[in-house]
Write a protein that binds this ligand. Structure first.
Ligand SMILES: [Zn+2]
Ligand SMILES: [Zn+2]
Length: 417
């Protein structure tokens, strides 16, 4: 029976046990009385929301008693968090960022993610198309994860933090909180009076800045008529960032890919045959000299080529954030340190300086003892802790509890009695 997959009763019981011993270690969000909370139970389709707590002990008691599959709090502050939306009294919101490998297009997703059309049965790997060949858009999706998607999400998070700290001036110690999402991503919360009352369009501007939307190479030094001046790679803001982006792009793009961009003959030759010279110009002098090094010719074409390079380079430097989350001023976001019902892992707050070495596949494991026997219908290979498991196809296996719960939460297995 389809509904058996995942054994929700078993997982709910394990979550309950975990919350009984760990709820007391879960800190309430800041300004708890102004936050709305929301929860989903295993097997339940309705989200319980508009919940408020007077203090941390009421909050912890709720977690122990209900042991939810998914737990959220509002990124915003309300005077009456328990009222309906109209009566809540919005009074500011943290600035939140969601970085989720679900939104990336990664080669590994074609190895571990699958979709199937509910209407005609068409199947494929990676993300489903917007519309199936049959004209319908209802898919069954199977999304797993691996070290490569987790690394990619962390890399995007680090780029985001760099922009938030270097360009926007937020204090790593006082304003920023980074959480592993418990699944395929990271959340960054900015708490600072300067952003608390920003409306949607204010937040949209921050999003545009982070994405490098509308960046034009000619205003960033890449202009043959520029008078030059000091080197710009170390400049603040997008001026330096864009220069570094172009530098990295030239340094790391293979010649075949440069040729495939179908740029002008001279610039292609400079980037392919004299790459070191091009890099030295960017490093030691002004970007305008890069254009001069290409030589005289069709200036309009050259600017269009530089713009094309800049566009691709900026995409690499910009952080891949979910823009909808950041601009939504009523957003619910996962509660740090609770469990994620699609993995059985813990949402974790990570100290900024430990982020480079943070490994969710070791740190976020919640169930550290015991084992369970599960029947796996399908699961790709995954590392959990220090060991690798799978791939499995239609087989019974006895594995550590953390692995069993992960396979069950992903609905790839059921308890084998
Ligand atoms: Zn179809
Ligand atoms: Zn992956």
């Amino acid at each position: 029976m389809e509904s058996d997959w995942g054994s929700p009763g078993f997982i709910a019981e394990q979550f309950h046990r975990w919350y009984q011993s760990n709820s007391r270690t879960i800190p309430a969000p800041t300004e708890i009385r102004m936050r709305e909370f929301a929860f989903l139970q295993f097997g339940g389709k309705t989200m319980f929301r508009h919940i408020g707590f007077p203090d941390e002990s009421a909050f912890r008691r709720y977690l122990t008693e209900n042991s939810p599959a998914h737990s959220y709090h509002s990124s915003c502050y309300y005077t009456h968090p328990e009222s309906d939306m109209a009566g809540k009294g919005w009074s500011g919101a943290d600035l939140v960022f969601d970085i989720d490998a679900d939104h990336f297009d990664l080669p590994c997703q074609h190895e571990h993610d699958k979709w199937k059309c509910k209407n005609c049965g068409e199947e494929g790997t990676g993300k489903p198309p917007e519309i199936c060949k049959c004209g319908k858009a209802a898919f069954e999706e199977e999304t797993w994860l691996c070290e490569r998607c987790l690394q990619a999400a962390k890399y995007e998070t680090q780029k985001l933090l760099d922009i938030l700290i270097q360009d926007l001036g937020f204090s790593p110690a006082n304003d920023l909180v980074v959480n592993f999402s418990g699944n395929r991503g990271y959340h960054v919360h900015v708490r600072n009076q300067r952003i608390r009352n920003l409306d949607q369009s204010g937040r949209r501007e921050i999003v545009d800045y982070i994405l490098g939307t509308g960046i034009k190479s000619e205003y960033l030094g890449f202009n043959p008529r520029s008078k030059g001046g000091r080197p710009t790679l170390a400049d603040e803001g997008w001026r330096g960032r864009a220069g570094r982006a172009v530098y990295d792009f030239i340094a790391s793009t293979p010649p075949e890919e440069i040729k495939a961009m179908k740029l002008g003959r001279k610039i292609t030759s400079l980037l392919v045959n004299e790459r070191d010279k091009a890099l030295a110009i960017l490093e030691e002098s002004h970007p305008s000299l890069l254009l001069k090094a290409v030589g005289v010719g069709d200036e309009e074409r050259l600017m269009a080529d530089i713009e094309k390079i800049m566009e691709m380079a900026v995409k690499e430097q910009a952080a891949d954030i979910d823009t909808v989350v950041t601009t939504d001023i009523h957003r619910l976001i996962r509660l740090p340190n609770t469990l994620h019902g699609k993995t059985g892992w813990q949402v974790q707050t990570i100290k900024l300086d430990s982020l480079p070495d943070y490994d969710p596949l070791i740190s976020a494991i919640a169930f550290r003892t015991g084992e369970a026997k599960v029947y796996v219908r399908h699961a790709p290979k995954v590392r959990i802790g220090d060991a690798e498991y799978g791939p499995y196809t239609q087989e019974s296996v006895t594995v550590p509890l953390a692995t069993a719960i992960f396979l069950l939460c992903k609905k790839g297995a059921k308890i084998d009695k």
